[in-house]
Design a protein around this ligand. Structure first.
Ligand code: SG7
Ligand code: ZN
Length: 258
């Protein structure tokens, strides 16, 4: 039997389909988004993120050995801009760092790989009663993706998140966060995005994800990016956790803007 080791860099990726057939499908993610080939769709509405503003709660942040996740509460809902209501389940990051300041985003834009990529994972709560039920359905999931770029100033909305990384340095570690202002961690302008039908970027690679990849990036300071890349780099696995771009095949990438 074939067991997959989801690991950093390109290791094993070419064999994922042996254990998880969907990974060899025709609608896989991530992809290279080529601006020249996207089709403007004026009917695409800006997603409305309800419940993402600063709130108190008990958010669990967890190191799963590959990435850092924060579980999101069901009070965070995308109420417009997708085919139905989608409820948040978790957020996580993909970053680089194999070589200092190498890039680790999953999607590429005109062949360029950004420094890192944030994923907000949601499930279609109009049609399904849980993430588990939705995760392998063609209309089950929606992920919002944001790129990170290097800037001159500290992004203070990421201060807690980045400082907390040290507390989940090792695989399996968790911590509780008592407040989260997710909306402020995102770009102000959510108008400019790309949209396409794809998959989870790790096995089992279900082709269940409606992707929204925002053109406006999130800015972090050089120092913040360095901390993100180095804090968890203790076991020599937590870097370059991204999948190679997959063929577009007969899909069309739409854009909300010209
Ligand atoms: C990361 O990316 C984790 C996974 C996630 C996967 O490995 O965030 O989630 C958990 C709970 O381990 O898998 C099913 C799922 O959400 C793929 O998500 S992604 O396509 O957005 N990168
Ligand atoms: Zn991801």
């Amino acid at each position: 039997t074939f067991t997959v080791t989801v690991t950093n860099g390109a290791v094993d990726q070419t064999r994922w389909a042996e254990g998880f057939p969907a990974c060899g499908g025709q609608k896989q993610s991530p992809i290279d988004i080529q601006r020249q080939n996207v089709r403007h769709n004026p009917d695409l509405l800006e997603p409305v993120l309800t419940g993402y503003a600063a709130q108190k709660g008990n958010f669990v942040m967890n190191n799963n050995g590959y990435t850092v996740l924060i579980n999101l509460p069901p009070s965070m809902v995308i109420t417009r801009g997708l085919p139905g209501q989608y409820t948040a389940i978790q957020m996580h990051l993909h970053w680089g760092g194999m070589q200092m300041e190498s890039s680790g985003a999953e999607h590429t834009l005109d062949g360029i790989r950004y420094i890192a990529e944030l994923h907000l994972v949601h499930y279609n709560s109009d049609k399904y009663s849980s993430f588990q039920e939705a995760k392998d359905k063609p209309d089950g999931l929606a992920v919002l993706a944001f790129f990170f770029v290097n800037g001159h100033f500290e992004n203070t909305y990421y201060r807690d998140f980045i400082n907390n990384l040290a507390k989940v340095k090792y695989a399996g570690q968790s911590m509780n966060i008592s407040s989260l202002d997710l909306r402020s961690m995102l770009p102000e302008n959510l108008n400019h995005f790309f949209r396409y039908q794809g998959s989870l970027t790790v096995p089992p690679c279900y082709e269940s994800v409606l992707w929204t990849v925002f053109d406006t990036p999130i800015t972090l300071s050089h120092n913040q990016i360095k901390k993100l890349e180095t804090t968890l780099m203790n076991n020599n696995t937590m870097w370059d956790y991204y999948r190679m771009v997959q063929p577009l095949n007969d899909r069309v990438v739409e854009s909300s803007f010209v």
